[in-house]
Ligand binder design. Sequence first.
Ligand code: BTN
Length: 255
Amino acid sequence: MDSVLYLDDLVDQVDWLDQVASTNHYLAQQPPSLGSRVVASWNQTQGVGRMGRAWVSPPGGSLALSVELGPSLMPVGHSDTWRGVLPLMVGSELLQAIGTISDDVSMKWPNDVHIGGKKVAGILGEIPSASRVIVGVGLNVWLEDDQLPTPQSTSLALHGLENPKQLETLIRTFLTGLITTLQNSRENVSPAIWESIRGALATLGCAVQVSYPDGRGLRGLAVDIDHAGCLLVKSENAETHTISAGDIEHLRGVS
Ligand code: BTN
């Protein structure tokens, strides 16, 4: 099976690495790119996830892909709000690409893409310096049931992905959509993009359990996201809480 997908016409530089600790960190350690650049590997050994967690990706089955935004994709005068919005934009584009093989794709705030309610991809945006933005995607591709990192994970192969050509089409659809969206969002994020993000987020309208990074918890209804991509959760006393970091669980049967 040819494991190197042809993406060279989409960005200025594509590096396929036989093995790498973390594609995000590899990119961050390189001199700043003059254009947009992708680093990808089927064997990432120390992948990083949100909130300092490990992203476990069995060799050969899971694709680690990081994109450094070149000047033509960088937001003008980007601010902290970008941190929360970027993973949502990436997730929405990935969802649309995965939608070519499954009609049960959704996003879970803030950075997960699910098929059938199970995580198929995680997204991690990093801003190593004021002028650099890197966004990494871990995508479970060929994993069989017994290779999944957790019982809450799934893979594209378990949902109809059959061959490398289909995967190449999916990744090209994702990257093409992402590049267009980023080019169009340099000044601001258009209402159409917000609409796609809101439409993709299964979290909205769900009863959720929020776990803040400091261990505190909150239960409520996820009602919307704000301009910075924060989740707005209305608690039982009708107070609206703005969640910028933390984990959420979608609750069933609670409103
Ligand atoms: C998460 O779900 O917590 C985010 C996971 C992000 C994993 C990707 S894999 C490519 C890139 N390199 C990393 O070390 N992490 C991201």
